[in-house]
Design a protein around this ligand. Structure first.
Ligand code: ATP
Ligand code: MG
Length: 572
């Protein structure tokens, strides 16, 4: 896809039209408005890339604003984590880090203004009554008996709410709009409620807190936002967004809604992610199996891969689920260019090279990255006793198995050709060692007579390999959409095999200096990143992603075989 295409979408069309009609004097000023009630996930990344991306594209600005209007669920830990995550993704808000709570005074004044012009009132119905009076999609609402109180009484009661003269739930401030509106959001929505909870930033200064709908548009307006981009659930709130701004008579940003990202085999809702963390299904917010930004980072994802993914999926108005392999494609693509190759064996089978000198150790040259000549080469020690991957040997191989088998010659990467001469078995008949011979003429991986084995295997030298731990991750859920089942909680679909720990895994000695966050391709296996759990004694590796798309392979297997058969038949 040409780059220009991914940068054109229905939102850029709206912005272009605004530019042509000179709305907002040609400016583009967006914001990313997280509520600090959890960690950010890949869905938020889409919103971040969109908001900061549009600002970059149009030479405008993007603010980071915390929508911190509900102290009951918000925490400083989340604020700090969100700041880290947005920065890690590669975006910069300059000096424009804001908090809706910075505007509590101004919002309060705006509420007073709406009371004064007769468009807001203090309601003393109970929360249950308010819900019941609101009506349904088919039945209009019923006006509260308090709806037509005089302005002076409303002003006094609102002040009483602020000063602590009511308990939680005893009084709210409501906008006076239309109790029979077809849009339930316009049936006198609550603007302020009493919450007896200290706020992470304003402490005990307030006992009343603005609702999201009242705070959001006004915060946008205060910051000079031009395009207020949100997800489709807020489409029905737009008339309310507009109503507040028009009635308070302050500059009016344009709200634009797009379809939120849903990703297969996971959940993207903070409420559900919190449960996974708190109920111990994962090890924390940065568990590499979670779709949180912190989890993806620990998993070894790069910001570039996440941004490319967000670019590719684009923005639209149609709800859908993006397949996880699309995200995996981008990290694979990115790491193929930048990750150094190393050799590691996860499931070791001992190989003794019978004709190799007992004490000889050769330091062989290995290429760090065939995609990047500047990555250079390194030395890998070769000696008489090696380990190869158990899956690379079969005693009685089927026709299409080209790797090591009795009597067969294969190439050891960067080293020699070896031929298997003998199998040593344990008491239960299991293969515990292979006796092989090597051809000294094939050093470096080619034979003077030009013969070429059908397989090249990775290996490590037994005496030199480091013991490490490898954490192999699979999807956290066994089904594409864990939310889809009406009768079962999403936790019923948790994959019991989402983490497989391999310990010890054997890795080549060059990894001794690897640092947390370093990414490698374990040749023929997968991409791995060094985890922060690593100690001086033992490196811990997280599997980022396998080398090939395993799902695609599964899905395509059958049709391809049929096609091949058909092609063969056609030839004969
Ligand atoms: P959640 O449903 O996970 O709790 P939220 O919408 O309540 O998400 P906010 O912190 O309010 O979380 O979201 C900040 C911004 O990110 C909002 O503009 C919201 O629309 C956007 N956003 C949240 N989830 C997604 C998603 N899955 N795809 C795209 N944008 C999203
Ligand atoms: Mg929200």
């Amino acid at each position: 896809m040409p780059e220009t295409d991914s940068k054109r979408n229905f939102i850029t069309e709206i912005i272009d039209e605004h530019k042509q009609t000179d709305r907002f004097q040609g400016q583009v000023h967006t914001r990313f408005p997280p509520e600090p009630n959890g960690y950010l996930h890949i869905g938020h990344a889409k919103s971040i890339c969109l908001n900061f991306g549009l600002a970059q594209q149009y030479g405008g600005l993007c603010n980071l604003r915390f929508d911190d209007t509900n102290p009951a669920t918000e925490e400083q830990e989340y604020i700090d984590a969100i700041i880290d995550d947005v920065r890690w993704l590669g975006y910069d808000w300059g000096d424009r880090l804001f908090f809706a709570s910075d505007y509590f005074d101004q919002l309060y004044d705006m509420a007073l203004e709406l009371i004064r012009i007769g468009r807001a009132y203090v309601d003393q119905l109970s929360p249950e009554e308010i819900r019941a009076y609101r009506g349904t999609l088919t039945a209009p609402g019923i006006a509260s008996p308090w709806r037509d109180r005089p302005v002076a009484e409303n002003l006094a009661l609102f002040e009483k709410m602020r000063a602590g003269g009511f308990q939680e739930g005893e009084a709210v401030l409501r906008a006076k709009i239309d109790m029979s509106s077809g849009n339930i959001n316009l049936r006198d929505p609550v603007m302020y409620r009493i919450l007896d909870t200290p706020h992470p930033r304003t402490g005990d200064a307030w006992r009343i807190y603005p609702m999201y709908d009242f705070a959001h548009g006004q915060s946008d307006s205060i910051e000079g936002i031009t395009h207020s981009i949100c997800t489709l659930e807020y489409e029905d709130h737009r008339p309310l967004y507009d109503w507040y701004l028009d009635n308070i008579e302050i500059p009016h940003p344009q709200q634009i809604e797009f379809a939120r990202l849903n990703l297969s085999h996971t959940v993207l809702s903070k409420r559900k992610l919190i449960r996974l963390v708190q109920e111990g299904y994962v090890r924390g917010w940065d568990d590499p199996r979670l779709p949180t930004i912190a989890g993806l980072r620990r998993r070894g994802y790069t910001p570039e891969a996440i941004r490319e993914f967000c670019d590719e999926i684009g923005v639209g108005k149609v709800k859908g689920v993006v397949a996880l392999h699309k995200l995996e494609y981008h990290i694979r693509h990115d790491l193929n260019k930048r990750a150094n190759r190393v050799m590691a064996v996860l499931n070791p089978l001992r190989v003794v090279i019978e004709n190799y000198p007992e004490d000889l150790v050769e330091e062989l040259d290995a290429i760090n990255n065939p995609e990047d000549a500047s990555a250079g080469t390194r030395k890998v020690p070769f000696s008489k006793v090696l380990y190869i991957e158990r899956e690379d040997f079969m005693e009685d191989p089927p026709r299409k198995f080209f790797r090591l088998a009795p009597g067969r010659e294969v190439r050891l990467r960067y080293a020699y050709f070896i031929t298997c001469r003998e199998i040593i078995k344990g008491a239960k008949g299991e293969v515990i060692e292979l006796r092989c011979i090597y051809d000294p003429e094939t050093r470096g991986g080619s034979a003077p007579d030009g013969r070429r084995p059908k397989a090249t295997l990775h290996w490590v030298s037994a005496a030199h390999a480091l013991e490490a731990q490898a954490r192999l991750y699979d999807t956290l859920f066994t089904v594409e959409n864990p939310d889809a089942d009406r009768d079962q909680d999403f936790t019923a679909f948790i994959n019991p095999h989402s983490l497989q720990v391999v310990d010890p895994a054997l890795v080549e000695p060059s990894l001794a200096t690897a640092q947390p966050g370093d990414r490698f391709q374990f040749e023929r296996l997968a991409y791995f990143v060094v985890d922060a759990d690593s100690t001086g004694e033992r490196l811990v590796f997280n599997r980022i992603v396998t080398l090939r798309d395993q799902w695609k392979k599964q899905q395509k297997k059958k049709p391809r075989r049929r096609k091949q058969r058909r092609a063969k038949r056609a030839q004969s």
